[in-house]
Design a protein around this ligand. Structure first.
Ligand SMILES: O=C(O)CCC(=O)C(=O)O
Ligand SMILES: [Fe+2]
Length: 599
C-alpha cells in the first residue's frame, strides 16, 4: 500500500514538474566554485604573496560577474513565478461563485487535483526562497491542502459511482471532462484496487485525450491497457494493445515476451470476457433502489404536496400529486373534485351534450358526446379553483399546543416498518446556521469498524449550547411525542465525492438502544443520495427541510430487521443531513413496551 501511495504521489509530482531548479542549481554551483577557488580550496596562503593578492583584483571581478549572473537567474525565476501565478489564476476563472455549487463529482475531483498541483508548484518555488520572511511557509501551516489520500479517495468515489450507477467514463464526465493525466490517475487507482474493467475504461478514455502536452505517455497507457485487459480476462484486447506497444518500441524484449505469452494463453482459453461493456451483475436490492428502481407499491403510497408554484389558493391546501409516468410526464392529482360537484357537473351537462367531433368532423374515431361549460356555472368556477381536503395529513402532534397553529405536513412513506416523512420542519435559515456551525468541526464519520469505505462522509455532534440546535431538538420532541432526555446530540453530516453509507442498522445492541431515528434532510440531492431500505424496497429522496422518522426497535425491544437502510452514493449534489437518534429510556409512557414475541 505504501509503495502504491508513493508511486501515486510521484505520479502527481510529475504533473507539476518545473525544470527551473536545474538552472538555479547550475548558477549556484558556479558561484560556490568561484568562492571556493578564491578562499578555501586553493590550499594556499594568499596573504604571504603580494603577487597573489594583486591577482585578487581579477578574481573579485569574476566573483561579482558571477553574482550578477546569479541575480539575473533569480530574476528569471521571479518572472517565471509571475507567469505561473497568472496561469494558475486563469485556471480559477470559471470557478463557481458559490462553493456550494460544486455538485458535479468530477468538478470536485478536478478541484482537488488542481489545488494539490498548485501547492506543489508553489512549494517548489518557495522552498528555495531567498526571502528571510517566507510568508508562504506561514500560510502553509493554516492551509488545508488536499493530500494524495484525498485524491485517491476522490478517484475511488468516482469509481464506486460508476459501479453502482453503471456509468462509463464518458457518462460521468459529461459535464466536466478530465484530461489524459487526470483520467490516467483514476485508472491507476482502479487498477490498484483490482477493478480492472473500470481501470481499462479510464485508460482508454485517457488514450483518447492524449495530446503532445500530456504528462502521461502513450507507452504507459498502452502498457496499462494491455495489463488491465489481461487481468480482466480479455486476451484478444490485451494482445491488441501489447502489439501496439511493441510497434511503438520494437526493441522492448519484455513486451515481446508478454505478447508471446498472451498469444499462447489465448489458445488455451475458449471464451473471453467483454471488457468494453459494463454489465449489471448484481441484483442487489440496495443498488437497484439507489438506481431508482423503486417498487410500484411505494410509488402508489407516496404522495407529494404541490402548491402550484406558490399559488396562494394552494398554499394552505396543497394538492396531492403522483407521478404516473416520466416520459411523457403524466401526473395524477388526487381528490381534486368532490362527489357532489361531479353530480352537479353531470346534471348541468346532460341536456346540453352533443356528438363529439374530431378534425374530420363526426367520425367513428370518437364516439362520445360532450359539452364545453364556462365559468358562469359556480361549480365549474369552484372546481377549477379547487379546494378539497387532502389525503396527505396535517398533524398537530396529538394536540401539542406548539403544533396547533403550525401543523406539520406528514406523509406515510411506508407501512411496515412505518416510515413517516414530515415536511418543512426546518427553515432554510436554520439549515444555513447549522451548516455554518458544523463546517469547521466536521471530521471523518466512523462506523463500529472505525474509518472505512462503508461510510464516506464527515460529521459532527452538536450540543444544545447552540440555540438553533435546542430549537430543532424541541421541534423533534413535539413532532414525535418522544422524550429527548436520553437522545444523542444532533448529528450533522455532509457527504463527499460519491459519498455513501452502505446498508446498516442504526441500533447498537445496548441496554438503552436507539429506539428511533429522526433523519433531517438539510439539502436536496439532484441525483443519487436517497435513503433506501433494501429489505422492503423503499427509497426516500432527500428533500430539503423535510425529515423522516422510523422505529429501529419493535415495541418488544427487539430490532426490526426491516429497518436496515443505506445512504446511496451522491451522484450529483451536496448532501447534508442531520440525525437525531432517540433512545429507549424516557419513552416508557410515550411508546409503551409490548410483551409480544413478534412485535
Ligand atoms: O444519509 C442517509 O440517507 C442515511 C444516513 C444514515 O443512515 C446514518 O447516518 O445512520
Ligand atoms: Fe443509519
Amino acid at each position: 500500500m505504501d509503495a502504491y501511495k508513493q508511486s501515486a504521489s510521484s505520479l502527481l509530482d510529475t504533473y507539476t514538474s518545473f525544470c527551473f531548479e536545474v538552472l538555479i542549481m547550475a548558477v549556484k554551483e558556479l558561484t560556490i566554485l568561484v568562492v571556493c577557488s578564491l578562499i578555501v580550496c586553493t590550499g594556499s596562503e594568499i596573504f604571504t604573496s603580494t603577487d597573489k593578492i594583486s591577482h585578487l583584483f581579477g578574481e573579485e571581478k569574476f566573483l561579482l560577474d558571477a553574482f550578477s549572473l546569479y541575480i539575473d537567474a533569480e530574476e528569471e525565476i521571479v518572472k517565471k513565478m509571475k507567469r505561473d501565478l497568472l496561469l494558475l489564476q486563469l485556471g480559477t476563472y470559471s470557478d463557481p461563485v458559490d462553493p456550494e455549487q460544486i455538485k458535479d463529482p468530477v468538478a470536485a475531483f478536478i478541484l482537488l487535483i488542481r489545488l494539490r498541483s498548485e501547492w506543489m508548484s508553489i512549494e517548489k518555488y518557495t522552498s528555495s526562497s531567498l526571502s528571510e520572511y517566507n510568508v508562504y511557509q506561514t500560510v502553509l501551516e493554516y492551509a488545508e491542502i488536499p493530500q494524495v489520500e484525498d485524491l485517491q479517495g476522490a478517484a475511488l468515489g468516482l469509481i464506486s459511482l460508476q459501479e453502482l450507477y453503471k456509468l462509463y467514463p464518458h457518462n460521468i464526465t459529461k459535464e466536466t471532462s478530465l484530461n489524459a493525466a487526470q483520467a490516467y490517475f483514476v485508472g491507476f487507482v482502479a487498477y490498484n484496487e483490482n477493478k480492472f474493467q473500470h481501470a481499462f475504461l479510464w485508460f482508454l478514455y485517457s488514450l483518447g485525450r492524449l495530446t503532445q502536452y500530456s504528462t502521461v505517455t502513450e507507452n504507459e497507457l498502452l502498457r496499462y491497457l494491455s495489463d488491465s485487459a489481461y487481468h480482466f480476462g480479455s486476451l484478444p484486447v490485451a494482445i491488441y494493445f501489447s502489439q501496439r506497444l511493441f510497434n511503438l518500441d520494437p526493441t522492448n524484449e519484455e513486451v515481446k515476451v508478454q505478447l508471446d505469452l498472451y498469444r499462447f494463453l489465448r489458445y488455451q482459453k475458449t471464451s473471453n470476457k467483454d471488457i468494453f461493456t459494463l454489465i449489471n451483475e448484481s441484483s442487489n436490492s440496495y443498488e437497484a433502489l439507489c438506481r431508482g428502481e423503486t417498487s410500484k407499491r411505494q410509488m402508489a403510497l407516496s404522495c407529494r404536496y404541490s402548491t402550484g408554484g406558490g399559488n396562494p389558493r394552494l398554499m394552505y391546501a396543497p394538492v396531492k400529486e403522483e407521478v404516473e409516468w416520466d416520459e411523457p410526464r403524466i401526473i395524477r392529482y388526487h381528490d381534486i373534485i368532490s362527489d357532489r360537484d361531479i353530480e352537479s357537473l353531470k346534471n348541468i351537462s346532460r341536456p346540453l351534450l352533443s356528438r363529439s367531433e374530431t378534425i374530420g368532423g363526426v367520425t367513428n374515431i370518437r364516439t362520445s358526446q360532450s359539452v364545453f361549460l364556462d365559468e358562469g356555472y359556480p361549480v365549474v368556477a369552484r372546481t377549477s379553483k379547487r379546494q378539497m381536503a387532502l389525503s396527505c395529513r396535517y398533524s398537530t402532534g396529538g394536540g401539542n399546543p406548539r403544533l396547533m397553529y403550525a401543523p406539520v405536513k406528514e406523509e406515510v412513506e411506508w407501512d411496515e416498518p412505518r416510515i413517516i416523512r414530515y415536511h418543512d420542519i426546518i427553515s432554510d435559515r436554520e439549515i444555513e446556521i447549522l451548516k455554518n456551525i458544523s463546517r469547521p468541526l466536521l471530521s471523518r464519520s466512523e462506523t463500529i469498524g472505525g474509518v472505512t469505505n462503508i461510510r464516506t462522509s464527515q460529521s459532527v455532534f452538536l450540543d444544545e449550547g447552540y440555540p438553533v440546535v435546542a430549537r430543532v431538538n424541541q421541534r423533534i420532541a413535539d413532532i414525535t411525542g418522544l422524550s429527548m432526555k436520553s437522545a444523542e446530540h444532533l448529528h450533522v453530516q455532509n457527504y463527499g465525492i460519491g459519498g455513501k453509507y452502505e446498508p446498516h442498522y442504526d441500533e447498537l445492541d445496548t441496554e438503552n438502544d436507539r429506539i428511533a431515528t429522526f433523519l433531517i434532510y438539510m439539502s436536496d440531492v439532484e441525483i443519487g443520495g436517497s435513503t433506501v431500505f433494501p429489505k422492503v424496497g423503499v427509497a426516500l429522496k432527500p428533500k430539503k427541510g423535510s425529515a423522516v422518522l422510523w422505529y429501529n426497535l419493535h415495541k418488544n425491544g427487539n430490532v426490526d430487521l426491516n429497518t436496515e437502510h443505506a445512504g446511496c452514493p451522491v451522484l450529483r449534489g451536496n448532501k447534508w443531513v442531520a440525525n437525531k437518534w432517540i433512545h429507549e429510556y424516557g419513552q416508557e409512557f410515550r411508546r409503551p413496551c409490548s410483551l409480544s414475541y413478534w412485535k
